[in-house]
Write a protein that binds this ligand. Structure first.
Ligand code: PLP
Length: 359
């Protein structure tokens, strides 16, 4: 029996996607082989990777002057690739510290360039998005970096910093294609696939063309966006099967009506959960309302023993992976695209019952 999986990542995939992959597992189309066994230079595979790119462009309305790349190394490798490729002019970037992933990105960038931490929400356990005045931004930064949705703390930039001509770079690992994003407002966007796009192993990068081709001298060839752009993400063997499943997920999103339609469903799901948290006497959301994430919803009872009891009983009832990140405790429900509305409704019904029993 499949459970409702609230994992922060890797996370739920649409069951329709898994079933399609299962059907095509042993023999893909008329190829006589599995996608896993195919040469990445074959006609069949070419159609898969080109189809995946076309769907990213269509679903996210990617302007023509942006490259769409399928890379490896996870979101974490982008913490290195971004400064090595984009930080080679003034060797300086601005960053807002909104949690662990932004901190890690800053730490890694500091190995190569000067990193100005413009503001941080560490003072309140990253429960809000800092909104510093524009006058605090560096005038000569090569780029301005944010983690747009903070997977661990459940915050999201609902308003982007106005960086003017300075390219905005955003880690959208845990919110990619969950809501509409105006790609033209960014210099670079990246997302590990395992939260909203497919299996772990693929990283989607969308980068404005004029920002590549200026990598630092010592940049490893595999870390140079230009190399991957020039070779259609096939400089070396790409994560072939992961890209194939990602394409199936994109087809599923398209079938649902595209990102705008998915966003409506995500807003509905988040509202069900936040409305309950706001009215509950036992459970409480940990994030200030205006900065709440649509995808990751942390909450607590205020009593660690009761939290543990809830996580255990929820698991027994078929709601799994609700334990909060080890650095914050409490609970966290990750409600990515593949989580159906029904899963959230049933979770809330379970929480109500738990509240009555433990009042
Ligand atoms: C999961 C996550 C990462 C790390 O991704 P890896 O693919 O494990 O390197 C980075 N940033 C955000 C926002 C994430 O949610």
């Amino acid at each position: 029996m499949r459970v409702y999986n609230f994992s922060a990542g890797p996370s739920m995939l649409p069951v329709e996607v898994l079933e399609k992959a299962q059907k095509e597992m042993v023999e893909y189309g008329t190829s006589g082989m599995s996608v896993m066994e195919m040469s990445h230079r074959s006609k069949d595979y070419e159609a898969i990777i080109e189809g995946a790119e076309a769907l990213v462009r269509e679903l996210m309305h990617v302007p023509d002057n942006y490259k769409v790349l399928f890379l490896q190394g996870g979101g974490s490798s982008q913490f290195t690739m971004v400064p090595m490729n984009l930080g080679n002019k003034n060797k300086k970037c601005d960053i807002l510290i909104t949690g662990q992933w932004a901190k890690k990105a800053a730490q890694e960038a500091e190995r190569y360039i000067t990193v100005n931490k413009i503001a941080s929400s560490a003072d309140k356990t990253f429960s809000y998005i800092p909104k510093p005045d524009k006058s605090e931004y560096s005038k000569d930064a090569d780029y301005f970096y944010i983690c747009m949705n903070n997977t661990i703390y459940g915050t999201k930039f609902n308003q982007l910093p106005d960086t003017g001509d300075i390219p905005l770079v955003a880690d959208i690992s845990s919110m990619v294609m969950s809501e509409e994003i105006d790609v033209s407002k960014f210099g670079l966007l990246f997302a590990g696939a395992q939260k909203n796009l497919g299996p772990a192993g693929v990283t989607l990068v969308i980068v404005r063309e004029d920002l590549i081709g200026n990598a630092m001298e010592q940049t490893p060839v595999m870390f140079d966006y230009q190399i991957h752009a020039d070779n259609g993400s096939m400089y070396n063997t790409p994560p072939t099967y992961g890209i194939y499943v990602l394409k199936l997920v994109l087809e599923w999103i398209k079938e649902k009506g595209g990102v705008a339609a998915i966003q409506k469903i995500n807003e509905q799901k988040a509202k069900i959960l936040y409305d309950f948290l706001d009215s509950s006497k036992l459970f409480k959301g940990t994030v200030v309302p205006e900065d709440r994430s649509l995808m990751n919803v942390p909450f607590v009872t205020g009593n660690e023993e009761l939290d543990a009891k809830f996580v255990k009983e929820a698991k027994e009832a078929g709601f799994v992976n609700l334990k909060g990140h080890r650095s914050v405790g409490g609970m966290r429900a990750s409600i990515y695209n593949a989580m159906p509305v029904e899963g959230v409704e049933k979770l809330v019904a379970f929480m109500k019952k738990f509240e009555e029993e433990n009042a």
